[in-house]
Structures are given as structure tokens and as C-alpha cells.
Design a protein around this ligand. Structure first.
Ligand SMILES: [Mg+2]
Length: 343
């Protein structure tokens, strides 16, 4: 086993937005990290909740950004939903598709019949994000589900990242049906459900996969549910304050500023550093001391080391508001995380 983090795993599964790219631009260092894994013969997979592109389109998009990717390495929630539908329904069964053309194509390729009206008596409704989804098809879905069709959602992400800020994601469109029908979908396919990760592991026959993600509530929770180790990279949605206050089922195995953490020793990213926060807890120039009111961080070092040290106390019950700063560097760091500071 190699001594760098990724060397301990036989598959690395990447989330896309916030990890490999940000909306339409590659994240610096991501392409190099993926090439480095390939040159070390570590299998790679990409797992995305976005159901508006097919695997080949995602691979082409990545390759266009300078990130080498094969269609067979890409798992989308659209592909996973179609596979699940095909498993549960007889061949040729009519399925009402609420979503993008990519989802419709996946359903067709899975041997089912995509339809767009409740009059076609669909046995299932599959709902994924599509920019053209409007009232008419949502109304058909309501009629079909009320008539007994099983309701599948590819994912329930409330928002989608965009250059104009977060925009309504599939979860927001699922909420339309949820409101109209006063019930939840029968099946949700994407993260934080473990299906995408488990399929990726099965396809690679991986016994020790690592997932890499930027969101605690989808990627990391999905990894925890799948029983896989996970690395949170701080290049996307979840930040230090989210990590410090993460509930148990959303806590990653490791944290790193970015993907370069994959190639440093695992012990430089492992969480939490200690469970104690006792006197003398030190790492990379930071020092943590318990006092009557909570804990004091002092010294200096990298932000990630301070975060790992502090997770050791906040994950065992010390509230974030009980963290105080004992040095200028600590004060500036805590302020940059937008934590409530106690004086
Ligand atoms: Mg992401």
C-alpha cells in the first residue's frame, strides 16, 4: 500500500461540479490529479446527480475542459434511474418522462417506452432536471401518479449552480409534484442515496473505493450510507463552518483544500485529529487548549490543519460558538470562516 492518500484505494469516484469543474471551468489542479491517478493505474469513476446529460456527453464535456474521461467511467442519475426502471418493469413498459432528452434516451435504451401523456397509461413516472420542463408535463405526471404509476426522481438537489447563482434544480421541480400530490416520490435515485457509488464500485470490482465530493449533504452522506471512505474538498459548496457542525452521517473520512490532498500522506487529511482536545493537542503549528468556556485555538498553520483539530472537539459536543482565538492568525482564520466568535 502506498503512503499517499489515494494509494490506499482501488477506485476513486469523483463528484463533478465543485470538484472537477465549477459550472463551466475546470478547477485548477483537477485535470493533473486525474492524470496522475491514471498514471498510477488507479481506476476512476465520475458520479453526477445531473440527469440532463448522458454519460458520453459528460465525458465529452470533461475532455473539452482538458480532463481525460471515458463514457464508461461516467455514472449519471439519468442512467442509474433508467437501469433501475428496467430492473423493475417488464420490457417495453410505458414510462412518462419528465425531464431532458438525455433522460428520455436513457429510458429508451433501457428497453422501455418513453411517453409524454397520462393517456398512454404509464406504469412509472421518472422525473429529472430539464430546462424545458413546464406545467403541461408536470400536470401529466400528477395524473399518472394519481392513477397508480410509480414515481421515480433522479435526484432531489434543490438548486443547480450557475454563473447567476443557484437556480431551481430537480428538487424544486419535484416539490411541485409533492405539493400537488401531497406525497413524496416512491424512489429517489441519486446522491445521497448510495446507488451511484455502489454501481461505480461494482463496475470496477472495487473492494476499497474512495469518493471525492464537495457537498456534505449529497456526496459525503452518500458515501457514509454506501459504507465508503470519503474526501471532502473545499473547492465547492460545503465550507469549514458546515464541516465543523456536520451531523454524524455527513462526516467525511478526510478533508483537503483541493485534490492535491490525494497525493499527500493520508494522515495529513484524516478527520478528526483527536477526539479529546486535551491540553497539548497540536498540529502543524496550531495548538488547542480546553478552558472553562470551551476551547482556544492559538498558533498558526494551514487552514485545513486548524479545521481538523477543531473537528476533534466540535464533533464530540463542543459548540462552534465556544471556539475562541488565542493568536492573530487564529482570529483571522475563524473570522474568514464566518463562525460566531466568543470574546
Ligand atoms: Mg458537487
Amino acid at each position: 500500500m502506498s503512503d499517499h492518500l489515494a494509494g490506499g484505494y482501488d477506485l476513486v469516484i469523483f463528484d463533478l461540479d465543485g470538484v472537477v469543474f465549477l459550472i463551466d471551468r475546470p478547477i485548477p489542479g483537477a485535470a493533473e490529479a486525474i492524470d496522475q491517478l491514471r498514471s498510477g493505474a488507479t481506476p476512476i469513476a465520475f458520479a453526477t446527480n445531473n440527469a440532463s446529460r448522458r454519460a458520453a456527453d459528460v465525458a465529452a464535456l470533461l475532455t473539452g475542459m482538458g480532463v481525460n474521461a471515458e463514457p464508461a467511467e461516467v455514472l449519471t442519475s439519468a442512467g442509474a434511474a433508467a437501469a433501475l426502471l428496467a430492473e423493475r418493469l417488464p420490457a417495453g413498459a410505458p414510462v412518462l418522462v419528465v425531464g431532458a432528452e438525455a433522460l428520455r434516451a436513457e429510458v429508451r435504451d433501457a428497453g422501455l417506452t418513453p411517453v409524454d401523456s397520462a393517456e398512454d397509461e404509464p406504469v412509472a413516472v421518472v422525473q429529472g432536471y430539464g430546462p424545458e420542463v413546464g406545467w403541461k408535463i408536470l400536470a401529466e405526471a400528477v395524473v399518472a401518479v394519481r392513477a397508480g404509476a410509480t414515481w421515480f426522481a433522479t435526484n432531489t438537489d434543490r438548486t443547480l449552480p450557475s454563473p447567476r447563482g443557484p437556480l431551481p434544480g430537480n428538487g424544486s421541480l419535484v416539490a411541485v409534484l409533492r405539493t400537488a400530490l401531497d406525497r413524496d416520490p416512491d424512489v429517489v435515485v441519486g446522491k445521497p442515496q448510495p446507488g451511484l457509488f455502489r454501481t461505480a464500485a461494482a463496475q470496477s470490482r472495487a473492494e476499497r473505493p474512495l469518493t471525492v465530493g464537495d457537498r456534505l449533504d449529497t456526496d459525503i452522506q452518500g458515501a457514509v450510507t454506501a459504507g465508503m471512505d470519503s474526501l471532502l474538498v473545499l473547492t465547492g459548496v460545503s465550507g469549514p463552518a458546515d464541516l465543523l457542525t456536520a451531523p454524524e452521517d455527513r462526516r467525511p473520512t478526510y478533508v483537503a483544500a483541493d485534490m492535491s490532498g490525494l497525493f499527500r500522506p493520508a494522515d495529513e487529511a484524516r478527520l478528526p485529529v483527536t477526539g479529546g482536545g486535551g491540553p497539548g493537542d497540536e498540529i502543524g503549528g496550531w495548538r488547542l487548549t480546553r478552558n472553562a468556556d470551551g476551547v482556544e485555538l492559538d498558533g498558526s498553520g494551514t487552514p485545513v490543519d486548524a479545521l481538523r483539530l477543531l473537528c476533534g472537539v466540535t464533533w464530540t459536543g463542543v459548540p462552534v460558538t465556544a471556539i475562541t482565538a488565542g493568536s492573530t492568525d487564529a482570529r483571522e482564520l475563524l473570522a474568514s470562516w464566518n463562525l460566531p466568535e466568543q470574546h
